[in-house]
Design a protein around this ligand. Structure first.
Ligand SMILES: [Fe+2]
Length: 337
């Protein structure tokens, strides 16, 4: 346990080995497997409750539809099935003093998200009272059952919902590596990118891993088999939409940034008669796309060596050159003489 606390402080996670009895794990596994399999693979099922507290037993979220990975998870009705409810309450009581000692660290970790608590109550039911009294009110369950098949993964993310949060979360694997699946390493990391990624050592069914909510976490790709797990948060959520909005992928973000850069270049060309593009490392195709975005009428290439410059195109209206440093310059006539 002391070693666990050390890794919780230093690496952001702690593994409690074989906390769940084999028969409990088996029962939970059958329950989750049955429910998820009965809905699998029907796709995204929108089960937004008519009243906030009346969630259906399962609200299925497709990670692929959210651009968030590959796999599915389902929100679980409260109270959680035995022994998870009692386990979560016991973990909360044990973790609340640790949370209170780290409240300012947690506040700094999640900034600019706001934490509307100065300290955490001793009992989880009192935290839930604070959740329900928050604005907006947090009344929805947050614990989920997850299923990953081969190729399944979850992107690095944080589960920070509302203004009443708790600095720790718990995850209970219901499958074991080697026996049920290969790959699929659970990880935590301080930022969105995978530098400083910490892999939790192999997690077996029956283990419980506690990790800091302020860290990003996720699952690396499963290469074979099926992995089930239940992830438990300690606070309630205010999110009512189901499914969540699709997240922007890295490629979509890059395309958006490139479009903004192209519009800026086109505007610069129209107003000032010249534009510069940093094209180093770009493919010819990508350069051509960006040149087209400048809306110039290219009537044929002309390539001449010119000192450190290469003239790609030159006519009575426009000149395009490439410098030795990989920059491209587009100039209208009158500007370059
Ligand atoms: Fe999560």
């Amino acid at each position: 346990m002391a070693e666990g606390r050390r890794t919780l402080d230093s690496e952001g996670f702690m593994v409690l080995r074989q906390l769940l009895k084999p028969d409990s794990v088996e029962r939970l596994h059958e329950m989750v497997k049955g429910d998820l399999d009965s809905l699998w693979p029907d796709g995204l099922i929108d089960c937004t409750p008519s009243k906030p507290d009346e969630l259906p037993a399962m609200r299925i979220v497709d990670l692929k539809a959210m651009n968030f990975g590959y796999g599915k998870f389902a929100y679980l009705r409260e109270p959680l099935p035995s022994p998870l409810n009692a386990l979560r309450e016991a973990l909360y009581v044990a973790l609340a003093p640790v949370a209170n000692a780290q409240v300012e660290m947690f506040r700094a970790e999640i900034y600019p998200k706001q934490l509307a608590l100065e300290s955490f109550p001793e009992r989880m039911c009192d935290l839930w009272e604070r959740c329900r009294a928050a604005s907006p009110a947090q009344r929805l369950p947050t614990s989920i059952a997850l299923r990953y098949c081969p190729g399944g993964f979850m992107e690095a993310h944080r589960d920070l919902q509302g203004t009443i949060m708790f600095p720790f979360q718990a995850m209970c694997p219901l499958s074991s590596p080697g026996e049920d699946y290969e790959g699929g390493h659970f990880f935590v990391q301080p930022g969105k990118r995978d530098v400083d990624r910490q892999h939790c050592q192999d997690l077996f069914k029956g283990d419980v891993v506690i990790f800091r909510s302020g860290l990003y976490h996720g699952l690396e790709e499963l290469t074979s088999g099926t992995r089930y797990a239940i992830a438990m948060q300690f606070a309630l959520s205010h999110l009512t939409e189901s499914p969540s909005k699709p997240r922007q992928t890295w490629e979509q973000k890059m395309a958006m940034l490139q479009k903004a850069a192209e519009e800026d270049e086109a505007g610069s060309l129209a107003q000032q008669g010249s534009a510069f593009m940093a094209c180093e490392g770009m493919s010819t195709h990508a350069v051509c796309q960006r040149l087209r975005a400048l809306k110039v009428n290219l009537r044929g290439p002309l390539s001449l060596p010119f000192g450190k410059f290469e003239i790609l195109y030159l006519d009575e209206e426009i000149r395009i050159i490439r410098t030795g440093q990989g920059w491209y310059s587009v100039n209208r006539r009158g500007v370059f003489g």
